[in-house]
Ligand binder design. Structure first.
Ligand code: ADP
Ligand code: ZN
Length: 723
């Protein structure tokens, strides 16, 4: 009988994880007890472990049905990296490839076999599998079976015959789509027998949601990208033309970006997608056509440059951020115009009823954008769940970033009157420069430094003023005109100048982007520089093996390495996300890189990190330190304090401390070669006479002829003699 603790051993051995995530345990228990189940967990909730780990622990081979070849490939690559024999059978393979896999099945070599649903059309294939010892059947992306889902696949309907064809085997369905309709459909279409229904929380606590009005797409997007330098980011645009334009502008500004939309050829799309997955580019700019089948776990931000048409879409697209459980950001830039665009698209195409439903969804989306309730709460409520607590600590509302500046009116008046003083003949950039008191020669030549509005906002960065100008344009108080985007004050703008209307200016970005608690926790104790160095190493190894970086190690595993900084392969195995197969394959090379980095930057190593959930205040204790270790080796060769100090680049006083602990650790009873014999004898005598090992009195008794360091070293030796 395979038990939960057997599966836990497997989890540690192959994946290097100490514990199950919420709901994984119950999902695995239902596999072990042979009861059919439907497991609903959001993206990143850890669905695959729910069937992969028991498949390894149970005798026989598991069948996994998955709709996309790219998804299957990804999972199989990951499994193989974890030392688990897995393979797939799908329509893209040659007969020879397929025969080779059939051979391995017959030899009982495989623990998991991934199959595309259309294979079940073949009776011969089913008969073949009936002769194999099957441990369980997992249906991934099970919502594909339902017409009510967003991704119906007719081939999935064939899966209904699995229950009859394999009567003794339990079937388990996994999806991130939660609606009642889809759930019922899954049970019905797959002919599940009294399935256990396991529904996880739909909240994604590691995602930080922010919603902002769009004023200048490029600048706002760059603001986000600059917080995620060298990290993977997805940018969604509503239209193809926007994709091309934004992508080109970003590349021109030096960002590594690639476009993706349905107007490109299949090959161009594949190139962009591969470049993103293999991290040759950091950013993918795409329409919503991008994303299905992308399992990239370390996407650190998802930016929408326009409002999606429903919260279902938003949840799904933004959900591609932070699948590895680390903090990630979801930014939505919207404008009132987006609503109009969607509405007109809807009115053109669909039936009355469909249009009503679409409009209801669009309204909910709009409410989300304009609302001032916690984003996590809003999303989860929309999907029919509740969330505990009031402050999520991970959205713009709860972080207190929303809301207008105190003194919005006054600031707006300063900006608008500057535009008036400039006779409405200059653009936003120039106006901001005048307001911030720039000494630009153009300003001086035109004597604009004599204007009464010159330098009125000089206590703030120019970029902040620049943002506010855009906000005033966005809210219709200013207007840009002509080829040069010259600013004009509108009629509404004049109302502001007369104090009859108050615009809504947001707090300056630099000030309002705070770090969420999630981010602070996941970086706790992590050396950023080392993390970056390990990322570089991971990329090199991944390229060499032609697998995506996140399959070699997740970002979470790299952070834990940069936190623990193991000096041995054994220590490396303690890292969360490092199982045996990976330690064998990569242990030496990563430990070596860690050693070198810690040596170069004098970082302590083998830091003890308590297990998750052990205590809120994580104790950080360093047991070993590279300089110290090196010094010990040199002491063993009898090298002098001064010499060692030079070699390990430490102050002699520090090296004396090392030496003293070395002496007591090794139990040395001789002070030579660090203290000459004559001095040592004198110290021994004085110490014996005083019956106390106090340094000061000994120093004075010897008339200052023997140094403090020599006395300290000698006392350490004497203490060993007393033992
Ligand atoms: P889903 O398929 O639900 O989107 P995945 O199976 O891709 O989720 O898992 C998401 C991430 O969580 C992966 O990086 C995975 O390695 C990690 N993970 C899964 N189970 C655990 C666990 N028990 N402990 C720590 N990390 C886990
Ligand atoms: Zn919140």
């Amino acid at each position: 009988m395979t038990t939960l603790s057997d599966v836990k051993v497997v989890l540690k051995r192959h994946w290097g994880y100490d514990d199950f995530l919420p709901l994984q345990e119950r999902a695995i228990e239902s596999v072990l007890s042979g009861r059919d189940s439907i497991v609903i967990l959001p993206t990143g909730g850890g669905k695959s472990i729910c069937f992969q780990a028991p498949a390894v622990a149970l005798p026989g081979m598991a069948i996994v049905v998955s709709p996309l070849i790219s998804l299957m490939k990804d999972q199989i690559d990951s499994l193989i990296e974890c030392g688990i024999p897995a393979a797939r059978i799908d329509s893209s393979q040659s007969t020879r490839e397929r025969d080779a896999i059939v051979e391995r099945i017959i030899k009982r070599e495989l623990k998991l076999l991934y199959i595309s649903p259309e294979r079940f059309a073949s009776d011969g294939f089913i008969r073949f599998l009936q002769g194999v010892d099957i441990s369980l059947i997992a249906i991934d992306e099970a919502h594909c079976v339902s017409m009510w889902g967003h991704d119906f696949r007719p081939e999935y309907r064939r899966l209904g015959r699995l229950k009859e064809s394999f009567p003794g085997v339990s079937v388990h369905a996994y999806t991130a789509t939660a609606t009642e309709h889809v759930r019922r459909d899954i049970a019905l279409q797959l002919h599940l027998k009294d399935p256990e229904m396991l529904i996880g929380s739909f909240d994604r606590p590691n995602l930080i949601y922010r919603v902002q009005r769009r004023s200048n797409t490029l600048r706002q997007v760059r603001g986000v990208l600059d917080r995620h330098r060298d990290e993977s980011v997805i940018i969604y645009c509503i239209r193809r033309a926007d994709v091309d334009e934004l992508c080109a502008s970003l590349i021109q500004k030096g960002y590594r970006a690639a476009p993706y939309h349905a107007g490109m050829s299949a090959e161009e799309r594949k190139n962009s997608q591969d470049a993103f997955i293999e991290e040759q580019v950091d950013i993918i700019v795409a329409t919503v056509a991008f994303g299905m089948g992308i399992d990239k776990s370390n996407v650190r931000a998802v930016i929408h440059t326009g409002m999606p048409k429903s919260l279902e879409h938003y949840q799904q697209e933004s959900g591609r951020a932070g699948r590895d459980g680390l903090e990630a950001e979801c930014l939505l830039f919207w404008s009132g115009g987006d609503y109009g665009i969607w509405k007109s698209i809807m009115s053109n195409t669909e039936s009355d009823q469909a249009r009503d439903i679409a409009l209801t969804k669009l309204n909910a989306m709009y409410d989300y954008c304009t609302g001032l309730t916690c984003r996590h709460h809003s999303l989860v409520n929309y999907f029919g769940q509740d969330l505990e607590g009031t402050n999520c600590g991970a959205c713009d509302v709860c972080l207190g970033e929303i809301g207008s500046m105190d003194g919005s009116l006054e600031i707006a008046q300063k900006i608008l009157s500057c535009v008036v003083r400039l006779h409405e003949r200059f653009d936003a950039d120039y106006t901001a420069a005048v307001l911030s008191g720039s000494r630009d020669h153009r300003i001086l030549e035109r004597k604009h430094d004599h204007l009464s509005t010159y330098g009125l906002l000089s206590d703030l960065p120019k970029s902040t003023t620049r943002d506010w100008i855009e906000q005033l344009v966005g809210q219709g108080y200013l207007e840009k005109a002509g080829d040069f985007n010259v600013l004009h004050v509108t009629e509404r703008g004049w109302r502001v100048l007369h104090g009859e209307e108050v615009p809504n200016l947001l707090k300056p970005a630099e000030q309002h982007i705070r770090t969420s608690k999630v981010a602070a926790d996941s970086w706790e104790g992590v050396d950023h520089g080392l993390f970056e160095a390990l990322r570089g190493l991971r990329r090199k190894l991944a390229l060499k093996k032609s697998v995506p970086s996140y399959i070699v190690f997740s970002d979470a595993a790299l952070r834990d390495m940069a936190r623990r900084r193991p000096s041995t392969v054994d220590g490396f195995l303690q890292v969360s996300g490092v199982g045996r197969a990976k330690a064998e394959q990569y242990g030496d090379i990563f430990v070596d890189a860690i050693l070198r980095y810690c040596h170069d930057y004098s970082l302590s190593m083998d830091v003890v990190v308590p297990q998750r959930g052990a205590s809120a205040h994580k104790e950080k204790r360093s047991t070993l330190n590279l300089a110290r270790l090196t010094a010990y080796g040199l002491f063993a060769q009898g090298i002098s304090v001064e010499e060692v100090a030079r070699k390990v680049e430490r102050a002699p006083s520090t090296v004396v401390e090392y030496l003293i602990s070395y002496i007591s650790k090794e139990g040395l009873t001789e002070a030579s070669p660090w203290v000459d014999e004559r001095s040592f004898d004198r110290i021994v005598k004085v110490a014996a006479a005083r019956d106390a090992n106090l340094i000061g009195p000994i120093y004075r008794a010897l008339g200052g002829e023997v140094s403090y360091d020599q006395i300290k070293i000698s006392i350490a030796v004497l203490q060993n003699r007393e033992r």
